[in-house]
Design a protein. Structure first.
Length: 79
């Protein structure tokens, strides 16, 4: 499951949504504390999944491009 970044994003988003809804409605205070305690684990698992198994679909830098500026053609070096 950690290899599929889309599932990890979905699960962590649902975790956050449930956490916020429980806080908003004031339900199950002990569950809120428990979810708050385990939230760094969820964030770390999401980050690890993206770093380890994520795929980059953008353009690679050439030797003369230090920062790239793919989204700003006015900043790109044109030789």
């Amino acid at each position: 499951m950690l290899k599929h970044t889309n599932y990890m994003v979905l699960l962590s988003s649902l975790y956050l949504l449930l956490f916020v809804l429980l806080i908003q409605f004031g339900l199950w205070i002990n569950v809120i504390y428990l979810m708050f305690f385990f939230s760094p684990v969820v964030v770390f698992a999401l980050a690890w999944s993206i770093v380890r198994h994520g795929k980059y679909n953008g353009k690679d830098f050439s030797e003369d491009q230090h920062w790239g500026y793919q989204d700003r053609p006015d900043k790109a070096k044109n030789k």
